[in-house]
Design a protein around this ligand. Structure first.
Ligand SMILES: [Fe+2]
Length: 247
């Protein structure tokens, strides 16, 4: 099976459109969406509609920003800019799109081929998996061989073998990971709409489950346009600045 893996779109419709343009001619059996469709950017309705209308089989889960925008959580743990953006987003989304976000399922979700998708961690949807300590906790307590997760906005990989855990940052325009038998993997495709690894390009992944090959990809998009829309919408300017920095 061929999978397309999308995460942390954050209402950046310019970035999502660039990714979907890039993969348009490729055939995917399944698309996996790891949450945070909205929050931060100025195109929440366009992003929700694009994610809703993806062709083929699609598995989607919610992220922490989706929960706050949908009113499922109050955002008391959000910083000022994130909370201001969530409130703006709730006010500017159509009722059907808001309902779509509210009804996104909670992760973790085990897909039919047996691997897992989640937003933060398979143990807790809101936990950030940045270090090998968080990775170790997952490998100890969650028995999957392969987990795709989002939330940190950093394309990255944790590999568990025997008593060892390795971590890798997935840098550059593209690259390949071949899954080895006897190893276990936590894999983050990075963020489409708000990258935080100091590379402002939109990040996504593909996975060929027969050949056991994961590929990561970066795509240029109209960053200035996304920034202008954020400023024009009255969203915090900081959010526009961060798009160009990749932070
Ligand atoms: Fe996010």
């Amino acid at each position: 099976m061929q999978y397309l893996i999308l995460s942390d779109m954050h209402a950046n419709s310019e970035a999502l459109a660039a990714v979907l343009r890039r993969v348009r001619r490729k055939r995917f059996d399944v698309t996996l969406v790891l949450g945070d469709l909205v929050g931060y950017g100025a195109g929440p309705n366009q992003v929700v509609e694009s994610i809703r209308d993806l062709p083929g089989t699609v598995y989607r889960i919610r992220g922490n920003h989706d929960k706050v925008v949908a009113g499922l959580e109050d955002g008391s743990n959000f910083n000022h800019a994130a909370l201001a953006a969530a409130r703006w987003t709730t006010e500017h989304m159509t009722a059907p799109n808001l309902r779509f976000v509210r009804e996104l399922p909670q992760g973790p979700l085990v897909v039919p081929e047996g691997f897992t998708i989640c937003h933060g961690s398979p143990l807790d949807e809101d936990t950030y998996v940045f270090s090998m300590y968080e990775a170790w906790e997952i490998f100890e307590n969650y028995p999957a061989e392969l987990v795709f997760f989002g939330h940190t906005h950093v394309p990255s990989l944790f590999v568990h073998r025997g008593r060892e855990i390795r971590v890798a940052l997935l840098r550059g325009e593209s690259g390949t990971i071949t899954l080895e038998p006897g190893h276990r993997y936590l894999v983050n495709p990075g963020s489409i709409g708000q990258p935080r690894d100091r590379d402002p390009r939109a990040a996504y992944m593909t996975y060929d489950s027969e050949r056991k090959i994961i590929k990561w990809h970066r795509v240029n998009y109209a960053i200035e346009r996304a920034q202008r829309r954020i400023v024009k919408a009255g969203l915090p300017k900081l959010l526009a600045d961060r798009l160009a920095l990749g932070t």
